[in-house]
Design a protein around this ligand. Structure first.
Ligand SMILES: [Zn+2]
Length: 247
């Protein structure tokens, strides 16, 4: 009997040790850790594993968005009455997201009111609190949240930012400063599509007139054109991030 107890205890120790190692590598250590580099892209394909290991960082829901068994995608916009997205933005964003992810039967937008007490001028702590304070129902829908805010204090030239797997923050102050005579819908659209590219695991590309250019996100570079469709290089970058790591 004693031998069984010992074996049982050993198994528990090994399983717990393995879990601790994976959890530490994925969540607490450097993103460039080899386990992260090699296996994260595989592990996040399985919602159960993703939940057990608590993988909810930028890019972790990429397969939720593209290989989601034909679920609907619902984009929830949290905004105040005096800071609303341009109505044209919705159709442009839906069109590009639909062409990219293909799987969702439908892309649905829902507008929700951002509480009046929320200050639109935010830092990283505020963003974390915001993302956690508006929880979503657990059902058969994939959600993308977009918060329309005023300004990101650590870098006021940022038009948008992401800090977890399914939330985009948009900042109207820098967007307004560059719209000039152009339609704000184009700037809102390029910013949302840029951040969505990050949620699909894509990084920046070195091409000014493409959505995934860093200048779309940080308006200090002031691009001369605002793309509302992904360019070929954007699509290549997104495609690569959806491929499993090979080596
Ligand atoms: Zn970016």
């Amino acid at each position: 009997m004693k031998i069984f107890a010992t074996i049982f205890l050993l198994i528990i120790i090994v399983v717990f040790g393995l879990y601790a190692m994976l959890y530490y590598s994925f969540n607490l250590s450097d993103p460039s850790h080899w386990l992260n580099q090699k296996y994260r892209n595989q592990v996040i394909k399985y919602p159960l594993l993703r939940n057990i290991l608590r993988l909810h960082q930028v890019g972790d829901y990429r397969y939720e968005f593209v290989e989601n068994n034909n679920k609907n995608l619902e984009i929830i916009i949290y905004q105040k009455d005096n800071h609303k997205l341009n109505p044209d933005t919705y159709a442009k964003v839906a069109d590009q997201i639909y062409s990219l992810v293909k799987q969702p039967k439908q892309v649905v937008f829902t507008e929700k009111k951002l509480e009046e007490s929320v200050n639109g001028i935010v830092d990283d702590d505020d963003l974390k609190k915001l993302a956690n304070s508006y929880s979503l129902p657990k059902n058969n829908i994939t959600y993308l949240k977009i918060f329309v805010l005023d300004e990101y204090t650590p870098i006021p030239t940022y038009a948008g930012i992401v800090n977890n797997a399914n939330t985009i923050f948009l900042f109207t102050k820098p967007i307004a400063s560059i719209t000039g005579g152009r339609s704000p819908a184009a700037v809102e659209t390029s910013t949302i599509l840029h951040e969505f590219g990050h949620l699909l695991g894509a990084g920046h590309i070195n091409k000014d007139n493409c959505i995934m250019s860093e200048k779309v996100e940080n308006i200090s570079g002031r691009p001369t054109a605002f793309m509302t469709t992904y360019c070929r290089e954007d699509l290549e970058e997104i495609d690569n991030s959806l491929k499993p790591t090979v080596n």
